[in-house]
Write a protein that binds this ligand. Structure first.
Ligand code: PEP
Ligand code: MN
Length: 445
């Protein structure tokens, strides 16, 4: 078999990608991106892979979260910091409950391209191409806005590099101090409605007090002051991905330089398609979304293509079946992995199988359904004797009203108050932290 090259995907069937008409601009953009620095370094991707391997064995736990789609207009330091902040709060609660390190991976600094359920959208009798994320076209409903524009890739790159730069500063510059992170969580649990979580928060306070008294927590310890925070996105727009793919001179392998981890969506995982081919050749950890339509035959082919050497941490299977459907699909796929003798890390995405249209017309997700799917995921792993390796959420640190339920009790009528997502509905800061406490309860039993 000929050796993989980063442009092999171009000869294969592709779905969910734009048809660019302006070839000259496309080529110029690709050439510019190919000159730009990669956003991540191969050593970082390898370290994340090792940590995801540990999550697959139950020696770590993955927390992956962020926007469904990053957007140019919503780019702000506050939005990045707030999502980072709530993820650290969640990670601390999960670390305390799971008693293993929590691997923190943002859907950030590159999560721009979106697969869509239909290629076009019709409003008042006018049919236009669907919005596919800011890296491709614009959300506004006009012919000009919906035209795929290759130049958007340059802006997505710039925004991603600034986001990652800020995340690196927040991770290492003092913001991530555990005592501070916990003090934010205490103010959440002090509220009347979060009383249920106060006891666990109190136990974390005791643990921190103990460490301080023992001199472990007096400012000198890096592990308490800084975090490793990784980035991830769906590897959908392959022109962009290819342009940022670089040779790692240490290993002689190729690195997708656009983010630490990339994943393949539930709509683009055809075993002989372009997206699987691209991911198969890069050294990064790869996520693979597994929805109800994933067959055992396809999964077997994908395990072989994406992780032929059976490397721990290389392949994360992200189950997204919907509450009520997990027991029908997860056991058959777990058995298929077992029969193949494959090493994978299982993660639960309780968002994408639980999207509903509310009575008011908004796309939403009920908090209860999200929680139910997580519980079903844990229960199946318990029954099968396999490891629930982590969770994957669409969430934001902002106080939006996009998912209904939670202790703040967002209702259908509230959805219009602060519905800001460019694509799917996200858990807000309070709902995210509440979910972390509830997942922590699952992990402690
Ligand atoms: C997503 O993660 O935003 C997404 C589109 O997921 P899926 O491919 O699982 O539908
Ligand atoms: Mn989504």
């Amino acid at each position: 078999m000929a050796e993989w090259t980063k442009s092999d995907w171009r000869a294969l069937p592709r779905v969910q990608m734009p048809e660019y008409t302006d070839q000259a601009t496309l080529e110029s953009v690709e050439a510019q991106l190919a000159q730009f620095p990669p956003l991540v370094f191969a050593g970082e991707a390898r370290r994340l892979k090792a940590q995801l391997g540990a999550a697959g064995r139950g020696e770590a736990f993955l927390l992956q979260g962020g926007d469904c789609a990053e957007a140019f207009e919503q780019f702000s330091a506050d939005a990045i910091r707030d999502t980072f902040k709530v993820m650290l709060q969640m990670a601390m609660v999960l670390t305390f409950a799971a008693k293993v390190p929590v691997v923190k991976v943002g859907r950030m600094a590159g999560q721009f391209a979106k697969p869509r359920s239909a290629p076009t959208e019709t409003v008042d009798g006018v049919e236009l191409p669907s919005y596919r994320g800011d890296i491709i076209n614009e959300l506004a409903f006009s012919e000009a806005a919906r035209m795929p524009n290759p130049a958007n890739m340059l802006r997505a790159y710039t925004q991603s590099s600034a986001t990652l730069n800020f995340l690196r500063a927040l991770s290492k510059g003092g913001y991530a101090d555990m005592n501070k992170v916990h003090s934010w969580t205490l103010s959440f649990t002090e509220g009347e409605k979060a009383a249920r979580f106060r006891e666990m928060a109190g136990r974390i306070t005791d643990a921190l007090d103990f460490m301080r008294a023992a001199g472990i927590n007096d400012g000198a310890t890096d592990a308490l002051q800084t975090v490793d925070f990784y980035t991830s996105h769906e590897s959908l727009l392959l022109e962009y991905e290819q342009a940022l793919t670089r040779l790692d001179t240490t290993s002689g392998n190729w690195l997708a330089g656009s983010g630490h981890m990339i994943w393949i969506g539930d709509r683009t995982r055809q075993p002989d398609g372009a997206h699987v081919n691209f991911a198969s050749g890069v050294l990064n950890p790869i996520g693979l979304k597994c929805g109800p339509s994933m067959t055992e035959d396809d999964l077997k082919a994908l395990l072989q293509k994406l992780n032929p050497k059976n490397e721990p941490g290389r392949l994360t299977l992200i189950a997204r079946f919907g509450a009520g459907n997990v027991s029908e699909h997860l056991p058959r796929l777990i058995r298929c992995v077992r029969e193949a003798g494959a090493t994978v890390t299982w993660v639960c995405d309780p968002m994408h199988g639980n999207t509903v249209k509310s009575a008011s017309g908004y796309k939403t997700r009920p908090f209860d359904a999200v929680l139910r799917e997580v519980r079903e995921f844990f229960a199946v792993h318990k029954a099968e004797g396999t490891v629930p390796g982590g969770v994957h959420f669409e969430m934001t640190g902002q106080d939006v009203t996009e998912c209904i339920g939670g202790v703040q009790a967002v209702t259908d009528e509230n959805l219009s108050d602060r519905y800001h997502t460019a694509c799917d509905p996200r858990l807000n800061a309070s709902q995210s932290l509440e979910l972390a406490f509830l997942v922590a309860e699952e992990l402690s039993v």
